[in-house]
Ligand binder design. Sequence first.
Ligand code: RIB
Length: 313
Amino acid sequence: MEVLVFGSAIVDFVAYADRLPKAGETLHGHKFVTGYGGKGANQCVAAARLGAKCGMIAKLGDDAWGANYLKQLQAENVNVDYVEQCKGETTGIAQISVANSGENHIVIVVGANNLLSVQDVKKAKNLFDTAKVLICQFETPLNATLEALQSFKGISILNAAPAIAQTPPDLIKGATIFCVNETEAALTTGCEQISTLEHAKTAMKKLLQMGANNVIITLGALGAVYVRGEAPHTFIHVPAVRVEKVVDTTGAGDAFIGALAFNMARFNDLPWHQLIGAANRVAAYSVQHPGTQASFPNPEQAYYNAEYTWQEL
Ligand code: RIB
């Protein structure tokens, strides 16, 4: 197995409107869709679309959403041996609003995802022992995430999203790569805002001080930055791929992480700016198409094999 995801599977209820509502405001939207989401499953499907051999460890409800989600993961060629429908539980849901600008607001109620446990790590030992890359997020219980990271011997990517203000240091230290977007990096580090490359460099320094082994911060239209743990620390910016029109940013960060995991599993001898540049390209494809998993490309759609530029910060 190339990519193992220990994390969330959620059904997305997505309303499209001209703009996002203000607090207390009711807005007319112009479209409504349901889709398969949850950061964990999104990342898994993004990697599988690119051709990675993937497996998912996750909890669904014993409702129709859960049954359909299980079939959907199978249709995406994901190993679901450890995806369980839990009796008496509801499948996690996300209420998402998307504006014409492509920006979104998301509220999640994780339901059955809360049952993912330390025991589930132990049960899936065969997958933990054989996978090349592990991905975890923060939509499932943190003690189980920590167990997953500490049980894994390959390359682990912790997507600390949704971010929490007091991230337990063991989680930060437990992953090979700590990967967040600019908003999550600000909350995790206490930096006021991260809107420039200089801010991102400051946040990366803080994350290294907090114990991160390697750091990647995604910056939307600015692309991504990274620093590797070995001294001397070199801070690198990998610019974004040009986008014609942003349609829907939902899941773009997950597309990036799924692609990154695939790249790390398949092309680990390439320099990181290449692996991150190709992941930027997958995220760029995603923001130009509506939906979450529906917007993830296959390798041909993403024009995957290219040379990516980078610069030292
Ligand atoms: O990152 C996007 C995802 O966040 C959505 O699919 C939603 O389910 C929430 O988990």
